[in-house]
Design a protein around this ligand. Structure first.
Ligand code: PMV
Length: 328
């Protein structure tokens, strides 16, 4: 009744931004991401050994909404395997939570794999992806490694809304993703609230959802061809369009800081000098630079020169997996 799993975070190149069903976490559009190694979250789940549910995240007892989301995910497992009893969950990540790498994505992916295994359920990437999705949407893309596509699905119950691997991590090992941490502040508006405001008030929202859906096939073609320029340009325009849609919300959502723009403009200068470097940007100020092995150190220097106080280097990572070393 105890299991431990490890999962990597992921960074979306075609972003998920906006839910059609808030409770089940069903998106208006499909999204595509790269699973990032070596950073990861490890989570141990044990059922039946405690009197009350307890959740410990990065050394502190989880409270409020955070704890509620973890317990809601455990309840979905308990519904499948009754009489499991109360659960103890301990989770630890090895990268800064403020990196904007959605530690919740790796966390809920690891939780989904560990909780199902602790309940005696067999490994099933589709079921794990659906479970992870209900904790944090982007988490459904961290069950498998490499490049994953979360198809939005159409079923009301969400049974066809899960992520699937399009390419394994071995497809493009030279790809590099460098997180430029220009700010460690907690973001003012969480993704969940920002998305809702955008769906409800941005006049650009329908165009965003249509366009993002249409970018999935070109993104897959660019990745199939390992064409850094094509996927880089696509990632930049998709990030700009997500932020433009959010900027048009009421009240407006501006996640960019001066240093974010400094990185973005510096990348354009690098490209003019023949060095392929592109950005993507989640709902926060820290850009992620897409480049290749040959230009990785240059990207790190550029990030620091633009004010990044910390730089996290990633490359395509593998599947979420069960491990033997429990956290308690
Ligand atoms: O899954 P959430 O609620 O953390 O939302 C993630 C939203 C973005 O990171 C901005 C985009 C994405 O697809 O990961």
């Amino acid at each position: 009744m105890k299991a431990t799993a490890l999962a990597h975070p992921n960074i979306a190149l075609v972003k998920y931004w906006g839910k059609r069903d808030e409770a089940r976490i069903l998106p208006h559009q499909s999204s595509l991401s790269v699973t990032l190694a070596p950073m990861h979250v490890t989570t141990t789940v044990e059922f039946g050994a405690v009197e009350a549910d307890v959740v410990e995240l990065n050394g502190a007892t989880a409270k409020g909404g955070e704890a509620a989301r973890v317990l809601a995910a455990l309840d979905l497992v308990r519904a499948l395997a009754p009489k499991l009893g109360k659960a103890k969950v301990v989770s630890r990540g090895d990268f800064p939570a403020a990196a904007g790498l959605a530690s919740s994505a790796a966390g809920f992916a690891a939780l989904a794999v560990a909780a199902r295994a602790a309940a005696g359920l067999p490994r099933d990437v589709r079921a794990e992806s659906i479970l992870a999705r209900q904790g944090s949407g982007s988490a459904c893309r961290s069950i498998q490694g490499g490049v994953c596509v979360w198809k939005k699905g159409t079923a009301l119950d969400g049974s066809d809304s899960f992520a699937e691997q399009a390419f394994p991590d071995s497809h493009w090992p030279q790809l590099r993703l460098v997180v430029a941490m220009v700010s460690r502040e907690e973001k003012e508006v969480k993704s969940r609230d920002g998305m809702r405001t955008t769906v409800e008030t941005s006049p650009y929202y329908p165009a965003w959802a249509r366009n993002a859906e249409a970018e999935i096939q070109p993104a897959l073609a660019a990745i199939a061809a390992r064409d850094l320029q094509a996927i880089g340009e696509l990632s930049e325009r998709n990030a700009w369009r997500m932020h433009a849609t959010a900027l048009a919300a009421d009240p407006p959502l501006c996640y960019l800081k001066p240093a974010t723009l400094a990185v973005i403009h510096a990348l354009a200068a690098e490209r003019r000098a023949g060095r392929p470097m592109y950005f993507t940007l989640d709902a926060g100020p820290n850009p992620v630079i897409l480049t290749d092995e040959a230009n990785e150190l240059r990207a790190v220097e550029l990030a620091r020169a633009c004010g990044a106080t910390e730089v996290v280097r990633g490359q395509p990572g593998g599947d979420a997996r069960l491990v033997d070393a429990h956290l308690f």
